[in-house]
Design a protein around this ligand. Sequence first.
Ligand code: ATP
Ligand code: MG
Length: 399
Amino acid sequence: MQQTELFLLKLGEVVLKGLNRHFFEERLMNNVRRRLRQCGGRYHLELRQSTIYVEPMNEDCDLEAAYAACRQVFGVVAVVRALPCEKSVDAIVATAKQYLAPSFAAAKSFKVESKRADKTFPMTSIQLSQAVGGALASAFPAVKVDVHEPDLTVHVEIREKAAYVHGPALPGAGGLPVGTGGRAVSLLSGGLDSPVASWMIARRGVELEMVHFVSPPYTSQQAQDKVIELARLLTPYTGRLIVHVIPFTRIQEAIRRACPEEYFTLIMRRFMMRLAAAVARRANAGALVTGESLGQVASQTLWALGVTDPVADMPVLRPLIGTDKVEIIRLAHEIGTYDTSILPYEDCCTVFTPRHPATHPELKAVEEAEAALDVEALMEEALAGETWIRVKNGGTNET
Ligand code: ATP
Ligand code: MG
């Protein structure tokens, strides 16, 4: 019988969950299903023994795209392509010989590792590995058996319905299924940091909505489009994203008019926090996310954070707080946001930057400086001007 290749998605931390494990698994299945809808054809999904089986059901399935998509779903730690066969040594050997022939051609040494989830199978894992390994050693005499550091490990899994033969697993995105950890609002700028920070929080199972502040005419439409594109690049991981676009020009002009220059950025950031928190409350979100990293710029020193944090009446998650720029850049490359992030467009943070920003600000002094402004009225006006864009993977954006 001709067997078709399928994917085995290995569950990560989800398997550590206790009574609510079912909830995590259901969510993960739905998230995988939703991603595969963008990969052509029909797929059959089944969850058994901490593994999701993804079986392509017709010719239209784009296997390469589906494989890549499965590796981007949070909650999956590893993905393997495997070929099923009958649960017998002969069938397993025949399958491995044919299916893994290219890998054997490239390897100098190999071993067989067997797992026996079906305990009724008449051989132990060790016996099975020996039998299959012996037959494969005769079939590929140029490739030596090496049980310690082989170039190629042939995996045999005896499961409920069939035996599965596969080579090495590739890592998945890890984390927890999006939608199992509540919702947060992420402050998305066009820089390198905030897309990475958003990705990290989504990886912990949190559903995101984005807030982006624009300051026309000081910031351009291209700058906004770039941020929308960054959001789109995140959607394979996060699912559809709403980007709330909030006009910030009037606030920045009011700050420039009425506040001491050394506090411009800090007061501006306090407005960002307040506005994002207002969006979060409306969206039923429990936290804010920013791309701040300790000491990176004047507004990200301990003292500066002490001044901006108090206006957010909810936790502010800063997953990059202890990371260096090189690590952030490495992650940006890995998740695919780097090339877009480095496009040279202005951000509202770079408009009206003070020549000598306060690096050791005191909360009281900043509050006093801010008292010159009608905070409530400025916030109300900004929120009244809010628009939103719904960003999807693939399809067109909705406004
Ligand atoms: P990034 O690389 O993410 O732009 P940054 O190092 O340039 O970060 P800042 O410009 O000081 O840092 O901004 C700090 C954080 O504030 C950003 O990571 C982001 O979360 C948020 N932020 C900055 N500008 C905007 C904006 N225009 N809209 C929404 N959030 C913003
Ligand atoms: Mg920035």
